[in-house]
Write a protein that binds this ligand. Structure first.
Ligand SMILES: *[C@@H]1O[C@H](CO)[C@@H](O)[C@H](O)[C@H]1NC(C)=O
Ligand SMILES: *[C@@H]1O[C@H](CO)[C@@H](O)[C@H](O)[C@H]1NC(C)=O
Ligand SMILES: *[C@@H]1O[C@H](CO)[C@@H](O)[C@H](O)[C@H]1NC(C)=O
Length: 387
């Protein structure tokens, strides 16, 4: 009877009496059970039958949050970037701007290639290409009939190509068949598509010393940043771009920590298209990164399924259109996740919804010039169409 189930000496004694008088084995074990149950006081019952199951259920619901919250304990932040200041004013000459950055000025600007893997972001692609249009030699776009998660996907660019007549003469468009491997890590399909994109960039005619922008469609460098880099001499061979992070629209400014976009001084045989960290230098305030900036609720659902982090859709109700609409208007998290940060201070600072921003200053010019068409991206317009 001394198996640790008893919470107090007193109940132990009572059971000693009852249990001592049994002989048959079955009766003995029955009465043991009774003893055990009787031996427990109310608090222990509550603990066993209420607190423990609730705790297990809570872990099931919020395990991910707990592990994210404890992230600072098991993961240290990556080596910080060397951030370089960025100077710009529309009225300052290029010579002045290059000099302020410690760079020389060229006789003629470099050629610039913009290369993206496309999924279904037609609006954001339009805003991107209109922003970059004056400075891009070739727009390179690759699209697959598979998402990174191996779901079949229509060739959305192909069926919207007539919307992009303005760059048609500078477009190198390619398609690639998906591999459709079940249960594979989505990052493998993504890597496969990036290798194909490398070939397409060569086909587009890139040469040594041209500039190549490597970024997702929704990571938009500002036009003046690209103009600066094509005119100045002795810029770093690989430069990451610090972009302002927005979520759902330009109403929700998250932070300025987007760094994955990069610009490369191209070298045949050496430069490889990638979307991870490739150098230590980060140019400050170089554009916008608008994640999940979609017009239709159906696009949110598609993206949540097609996303390389599909495991974040832990419950089917995450894909409910009404819930998605509520989440957007609150500035909350679609996956009910905690902020991905490396220090407790930053996690706590970012808990809860993203505050609304009412500034629409310094946004892509095409967006403001066509505000009626892209209203949903501007402050005060969180309602989305079903699609
Ligand atoms: C731009 O520069 C010109 C000539 O230097 C000056 O007259 C003008 O006021 C400047 N504009 C702004 C907005 O600073
Ligand atoms: C995807 O594209 C490849 C190559 O064009 C084709 O062979 C394949 O049937 C397509 N698959 C789907 C599901 O559309
Ligand atoms: C980035 O944002 C932080 C916090 O809002 C701010 O303190 C910092 O100055 C910003 N950095 C740049 C380069 O804009």
């Amino acid at each position: 009877m001394s198996d640790g189930y008893y919470s107090s000496k007193k109940t132990d004694d009572i059971c000693e009496d009852v249990c001592g008088k049994q002989d048959s084995r079955v009766a003995l074990s029955m009465s043991r059970l009774k003893c055990i149950l009787r031996g427990l006081d109310l608090k222990t019952y509550i603990f066993l039958f209420v607190v423990v199951p609730l705790g297990v259920f809570g872990l099931y619901l919020h395990g991910q949050k707990i592990s994210y919250f404890l992230r600072p304990l098991w993961e240290s932040p990556p080596k910080p970037f060397h951030i370089i200041p960025h100077y710009y004013h529309e009225n300052a000459s290029m010579e002045t701007l290059c000099r302020l950055h410690g760079w020389g000025i060229r006789e003629s600007p470099r050629r610039v290639f913009d290369a993206v893997l496309f999924s279904n972001e037609v609006d954001i692609l339009t805003i991107r290409w209109k922003e970059l249009y004056p400075y891009i030699t070739q727009f390179v776009l690759l699209e697959s009939n598979s998402t990174f998660t191996g779901l079949p996907k229509p060739l959305v660019f192909a069926s919207n190509r007539d919307k992009f007549k303005f760059i048609e003469s500078r477009l190198t468009y390619g398609t690639i068949g998906g591999r459709f491997r079940k249960g594979e890590n989505p990052f493998v399909e993504e890597a496969y598509q990036r290798v194909a994109l490398d070939q397409l960039i060569r086909i587009a005619g890139i040469e040594n010393d041209d500039l190549l922008i490597m970024s997702d469609v929704d990571e938009i460098p500002s036009a003046h940043t690209i103009n600066l880099l094509r005119w100045c001499d002795n810029i770093p061979p690989i430069l990451h771009l610090q972009l302002r992070n927005y979520l759902y629209s330009f109403e929700y400014y998250v932070d300025n920590k987007s760094w994955r976009a990069s610009i490369h001084n191209y070298h045949v045989g050496k430069t490889r298209y990638a979307h991870y960290r490739q150098a230590d230098i980060l140019l400050s305030d170089a554009g916008w990164h608008c994640s999940f900036c979609f017009r239709y609720i159906s696009d949110f659902i598609f993206k949540m399924k097609a996303y390389s982090h599909y495991d974040r859709v832990r419950f089917p109700h995450y894909l409910n259109p009404k819930r998605i609409q509520d989440v957007i208007c609150k500035g909350a998290n679609l996956f009910d996740m905690l902020p991905e940060e490396y220090t407790f201070k930053e996690i706590i600072g970012k808990l809860g919804p993203i505050p609304h921003s009412y500034s629409a200053v310094h946004l892509p010019s095409y967006l403001l010039n066509n505000a009626d068409k892209y209203k949903y991206l501007l402050p005060g317009n969180c309602q989305r169409e079903r699609g």
